[in-house]
Design a protein. Structure first.
Length: 374
């Protein structure tokens, strides 16, 4: 097993990681299938033996991992997604550093973006598309703008929505992981952007931080009227992450022959039987509604899109153009990038995950060893 003489990385991750290889890994596993909401006992912390890497494998120490709405469907075993396996780690995108390697193409110290899930260390294989060049960004950038989140937003806006300068673009869940990037990408394309978010804090964030031209609060009783006012002469592209009532209202302000990019349906994730989760498609006539699976675009579009996202992430106002950025927080140690989004999982009985570090068909994780895919 190759061990580092000196760490290969000199970026932020070098400050928060040691390069030792433990005998065990901290893992959060699915203990039982949840119902509408996670409950104590649905997830469980375990400490499992960490296998040494075989030929072609590496050991990764995860720095950050993702907490996303789609995971609830996987945990429930919903038929439209690949279900998470009982007793296995919660599936998720993660970014980490290689601390041991038996793969000559992946040296110790390499930064990698994998689907190893909620575990502090994982023994896994690394595909070429999972090498996360630190020159393009650190762990937070690779878990967001440069990862599945950013690629999803880009495919939806450009490959599906064909956004261009002069368009008016509406984005729901505009301060979420995908929605926040979508807002910025639409602005970078020269569009006028209207954001939908919940509450004053989020609507202000959409305008002041993400750059939206206007933001409307879907919790406001006057939301339909405010949406109509913000839409002006009509919406050209609606990037929909929510579905339900918000989709119904968006269709009423969408121009004829406008495009709805169906990216997600947050309204139905927690309570699929809620009347608010269903959309009235009466106004969908003469509109284009298109859903997509981002992994379908990976073979030909993944690397070109990542290059464009990296260029946008490096832009500065002084140099001209709109910079696209991910979370503003900085990971201070293993798992710190995860903590702000863990409230519902703590309620399900999980402890603080200080040691634990969409699109693709996730690989099945086994105790301590994961076979990841790009």
């Amino acid at each position: 097993m190759r061990q580092p003489a000196t760490p290969a990385d000199s970026g932020p991750q070098a400050k928060i990681l040691d390069m030792s290889v433990p005998s065990h890994a901290d893992v959060i596993v699915l203990h039982r299938r949840p119902g509408p909401a996670l409950l104590p006992g649905d997830l469980a912390p375990e400490r499992r033996p960490l296998p040494p890497p075989s030929a072609g494998e590496v050991v990764v120490r995860n720095v950050v991992t993702s907490v996303d709405p789609y995971q609830l469907r996987m945990l429930r075993g919903s038929p439209e997604v690949t279900p998470a396996a009982i007793g296995e780690p919660v599936p998720a995108n993660s970014v980490g550093i290689v601390v041991a390697s038996e793969d000559p193409g992946v040296p110790v110290g390499a930064q990698v973006a994998t689907y190893t899930g909620w575990q502090s260390y994982a023994t896994t294989t690394i595909a070429p598309t999972e090498i996360a060049d630190p020159a393009l960004g650190g762990p937070l950038e690779w878990i967001s703008v440069l990862g599945t989140t950013g690629v999803t937003a880009y495919v939806g806006l450009h490959d599906i929505g064909h956004v261009r300068a002069g368009h008016t673009v509406l984005v729901s869940a505009a301060t979420g992981a995908v929605g926040g990037v979508a807002v910025q990408l639409a602005k970078a394309a020269g569009a006028r952007v209207v954001a939908i978010a919940g509450g004053r804090h989020r609507t202000e964030h959409a305008v002041r931080v993400l750059g939206a031209d206007a933001a409307v609060d879907y919790r406001d009783p006057a939301f339909p009227e405010h949406l109509e006012q913000a839409a002006g002469e009509g919406i050209d592209v609606f990037f929909d992450n929510v579905g339900g009532r918000q989709l119904t209202l968006a269709l009423s302000v969408l121009k004829n022959h406008g495009t709805v990019v169906l990216c997600g349906s947050l309204s139905s994730y927690a309570r699929p039987d809620d009347p608010e989760a269903g959309a009235n498609l009466t106004d969908a006539v003469f509109k284009r509604l298109r859903g997509f699976i981002v992994s379908d675009y990976y073979p030909k579009r993944l690397l070109p899109i990542r290059a464009k996202l990296a260029a946008l992430a490096r832009k500065t106002p002084a140099g001209g153009g709109q910079r696209v950025r991910g979370p503003r927080t900085r990971a201070r140690g293993p798992g710190d990038g995860l903590r702000p989004r863990l409230a519902p999982y703590r309620q399900a009985g999980c402890p603080d995950l200080g040691g634990v570090g969409r699109g693709t068909t996730p690989a099945r994780a086994t105790p301590g060893r994961t076979s990841s895919r790009p």
